[in-house]
Design a binder for this molecule. Structure first.
Ligand SMILES: [Zn+2]
Length: 348
């Protein structure tokens, strides 16, 4: 990592700390009825178990999505020291690592699934609870493997005793927003969650993305489908109409709800916006197709921790790195977390 990039990363971390993260991250307290929502993606066994153990030992309860929404809409208060654990994308480690640890510790979480990525199979893989520590490697590495980097529908059904299921849209789609080339197709965008980085494009008259896009293909500037930007259609050299854009959003949002019902019997009321980006129209369509709550990422507007009566379609979350900054005995120092984040070179 270059010195310049390190300075840039450190600057962004500090800006997030003062402007986007809630006060408990900086050493402040937590109001008794505040319910912080934490965002996870790939789960690493030791780090995930350490964070979950911290919650339990510090007296926090990881509540269900229904209990969280009941509390925010004023239907029923949640117990003091409640938190909501959310896991994005439905990567394989949600099942192989997350499920056994949550179950062992008596905690709940919510997984937001990309329904086009869930493997259409009834197979249920072993978890880290079922094999020796020495054999964890392939189960943990499944997130990055070519085989089954996401959960199967069989695993989705099996996880529901401790993991609630929500929607992360059907495609997690990016769309071209101009004819300007911004990137070229790389091998990392052909499989796993790398596919999400490849925008939908038209090649030989067909709309394709991910594995179907040949390596080296120029990729246009792109934006998340729910950002509200119209797609630039290279196939007929025009921007899509507002009606075409809203139809595409309606499909991406509605198809996920339909498949979750059909494949797992889930009435998914909670949505997580891909890339944490949403427009007013996307929120409107989400409500229209049946979502009652929408989660973004770090607070760019609105509070970092929502209060009862908040707009449930603009809920913000906190990065997983700060679970151990919650007030409690053995609270981890902010400096050690920031050092780890900078070394890892990513930002929650
Ligand atoms: Zn995602």
């Amino acid at each position: 990592m270059s010195a310049l990039k390190r300075v840039g990363d450190a600057g962004r971390l500090l800006l997030d700390l003062v402007s986007r993260d809630p006060p408990f991250v900086r050493g402040g307290g937590l109001n008794p009825h505040d319910i912080p929502v934490f965002t996870f993606h790939s789960l690493e066994p030791r780090s995930f178990e350490r964070k979950m153990r911290y919650l339990r030992e510090a007296g926090y309860q990881a509540i269900s999505m229904n209990a969280y929404l009941d509390a925010l809409s004023g239907r029923a208060p949640a117990p003091p020291r409640s938190v909501l654990i959310t896991i994005d994308d439905g990567r394989a480690s949600t099942w192989t690592v997350g499920h056994p640890i949550l179950k062992k510790l008596g905690l709940r979480a919510t997984a937001f699934l990309v329904t086009s990525a869930v493997h259409d199979s009834t197979e249920v893989s072993k978890t880290i609870a079922e094999v020796e520590t020495l054999e964890w490697g392939p189960l943990v590495a499944r997130d990055h493997a070519h085989g089954r980097p996401f959960v199967t529908w069989g695993e989705v059904r099996a996880m529901r005793d401790v993991i609630d299921v929500g929607s992360h849209t059907h495609l997690h789609a990016r769309i071209p927003i101009s004819s300007i080339t911004a990137d070229v197709m790389k091998a990392t965008m052909q499989w796993g969650y790398g596919v999400f980085d490849c925008p939908l494009i038209w090649v030989n008259g067909r709309e394709i993305r991910g594995r179907e896009v040949p390596l080296g293909t120029p990729l246009p500037e792109s934006a998340p489908r729910l950002s509200g930007s119209p797609a630039y259609r290279s196939i007929d050299d025009r921007y899509e109409t507002p009606l075409e854009a809203s139809d595409a959003m309606r499909f991406d949002l509605g198809e996920a709800r339909r498949l979750l019902q059909e494949k797992a019997g889930v009435d998914a009321r909670a949505l997580c916006y891909p890339w944490h980006v949403h427009s007013e129209e996307a929120r409107w369509i989400a409500a229209e197709v049946g979502y009652g709550a929408g989660f973004a990422g770090k607070a760019t507007s609105g509070p970092a921790i929502a209060k009862p009566g908040a707009d449930l379609l603009t809920l913000n979350r906190v990065g997983e790195d700060y679970v151990e900054r919650l007030p409690g005995p053995g609270r981890r120092s902010l400096l050690s977390i920031l050092r780890e984040k900078l070394l890892r070179g990513r930002h929650g």
